[in-house]
Design a binder for this molecule. Sequence first.
Ligand code: FES
Length: 179
Amino acid sequence: MSDRKWPVEWQEWAKASRATFPNAQSSLMPFLHRVRSQRGWLPPEALDAAADLLGMTRQHVDSVVSFYTLFRCEPTGRRTIHVCLGLSCMMAGADTLMENLEHHLGIAEGQTTRDGAVTLLEAECLAACDLAPAAQVNLVYRGPVAPEAFRELLEVPVPEPDEWAPPTTPEARKATNRG
Ligand code: FES
């Protein structure tokens, strides 16, 4: 680890991840999730910090981040809406749901409103086909969301930072059944 001064909370999260998982590579995802939860996206310095604090190469960090589409490396709105455009959701009207959101927000898929309030993204099967058409608001599932009910995705309270972040201790993982 370098003596570069990373935010204290990042240092603490990295320390907690390292203490929880058997090897450094396993500790990367929880760290990235925490930063993503805090910032809404992964700035370049967070990727540098992950490599530095967890003892791995920046190339390894990049390879993990680029594999998962839910990790974004560009600024996102305070509310990030993923609309599933997988087959089950499309058959239930997801394309119209997306169009309604685009029209209402005045942005296209992949864009953020000028005030930074909302980022609109598509997803490929959110593994919630029983909720079709399914969506996520800051990664919290919503559905079924009828195309004409698109406003609910703009009105549902967004989780506070860290609310959904994966637990980083064995006790917490056991308590939340997410271990
Ligand atoms: S196709 Fe949308 S959740 Fe599976």
